[in-house]
Design a protein around this ligand. Structure first.
Ligand code: NAI
Length: 362
């Protein structure tokens, strides 16, 4: 682990880019991830003599403010893209923190080159995402949304809703990326009596596979065999576009795909084609590229989807966990103590997270 320096001698500028809370945040301190509540950091940072600047604007203001920031806090739900150009501008930057999990919106190689530490709050929202993924698998397989829409429309067409509705029991579900979230999805699916396959570049131990009730499969095999696939690997150069036209059309006809990992893992246009041609029966998830998705993003209007905006990892409980994690990182950073080892993505000029260092070999 890299040597850590004690920094508290002068006031630091902490820059946080968070989603606007609007009406929902008014009088609601539990919505910690909203800009108005600033991850509950205001009083703490003030008491230490540091300046906190909170932005919701991701472009103009960020380019100006980042020049003076010692620490930048971002979140995957409302990602401020910390590009090489921005890192170049940020001459004072020492630490970039992700309030959540997934730091692909940061140019990690550029941060490493500059010796900037990058950390995320590993594990903070893994249960939240696993629950969301299972919910969306059921939503698609049971054909929930069209049946619900009929209720709102005053209709009662059983045949129309039932013609696309299945039991999950007996189906084959594939998990791509069997890490913290993928494994929790496998465990939550066990009582549904499905056959679970998983693909990960690191195979789990036999004991772990037994506990999860999951069988290892190579990606192409998994894609060919599954009725439902759920994606839980990080976005890296290796997984960018992993589900391209070729792979999407090699999925079983009538299969469903759920992606709560990152939007770019699935090719935007190829997915629209697979959905419009009816090759896939359903698509769900909560991640898009870019975020927020523009009003004319083609996934918004493609048929048979059950997408949400990026909320799976920001339940109120998750917000508390990632806010506590950010505070812990800052406390340690100010005292010159090492940041929690599991949180570190870039440290000492190197990408140290196993998932990301696999991709950034150099
Ligand atoms: P994790 O690091 O515990 O697990 C990721 C797994 O993916 C690891 O087992 C790793 O070996 C595997 N992996 C990495 N590269 C791979 C590749 N090229 N092919 C196959 N497997 C590969 O991470 P965790 O906590 O399970 O999160 C996974 C991803 O989910 C995050 O990187 C993030 O992008 C996304 N996420 C989304 C959230 C949301 O709100 N929608 C919230 C939290 C995470």
């Amino acid at each position: 682990m890299a040597e850590h320096r004690r920094w508290p001698v002068w006031a630091m500028k902490i820059l946080a880019v968070l989603y606007p809370g609007g009406k929902a945040a008014r009088g609601n301190p539990e919505l910690l991830g909203a800009a108005e509540n600033a991850l509950g950091l205001r009083r703490f940072l003030k008491s230490k003599g540091h300046d906190l600047v909170v932005l919701t604007e991701k472009e103009r203001d960020l380019d100006r403010e980042i020049r003076w920031a010692d620490v930048v806090i971002t979140t995957p739900f409302w990602p401020a893209y910390i590009t090489t150009e921005r890192i170049d501008k940020a001459k004072k930057l020492k630490l970039i923190l992700t309030a959540g999990v997934g730091s692909d919106h940061i140019d990690l190689a550029a941060a490493a080159k500059r010796g900037i530490m990058v950390a995320e709050i590993t594990g903070s929202n893994v249960v939240s995402v696993a629950e969301h993924a299972v919910m969306q698998i059921l939503t698609l397989v049971r054909n929930y949304l069209p049946a619900y829409k009929q209720v709102l429309e005053g209709r009662w067409d059983i045949a129309e809703a039932a013609a696309r509705s299945h039991d999950l029991e007996g189906k084959t579900v594939g998990i791509v990326g069997a890490g913290r979230i993928g494994q929790r999805v496998a465990l939550r699916l066990r009582p549904f009596n499905v056959t679970t396959l998983y693909y990960d570049y690191r195979r789990l131990s036999t004991v772990e596979e037994e506990v999860l009730g999951a069988e290892y499969a190579l990606l192409d095999d998994l894609v060919r065999r599954c009725d439902v696939i759920t994606i839980h690997c990080p976005l890296t150069p290796e997984t960018d576009g992993l589900f391209d036209k070729n792979r999407l059309f090699r999925m079983k006809k009538g299969a469903c795909l759920v992606n709560t990992a990152r939007g770019r893992i699935v090719n935007t246009e190829a997915l629209v084609q697979a959905m419009e041609k009816g090759h896939l029966a359903g698509y769900a998830g909560d991640v898009w590229y870019p975020q927020p998705a523009p009003p004319d993003h083609p996934w918004r209007t493609m048929p048979n989807h059950a997408l949400t905006i990026h909320v799976s990892g920001t339940s109120l409980e998750a917000q508390k966990r990632y806010s506590d994690g950010i505070r812990d990182c800052l406390e340690r950073f100010f005292l010159g103590k090492p940041i929690e080892r599991d949180y570190l993505i870039v440290d000492g000029g190197r990408v140290v997270s196993p998932s990301y260092s696999y991709a950034f070999k150099g």
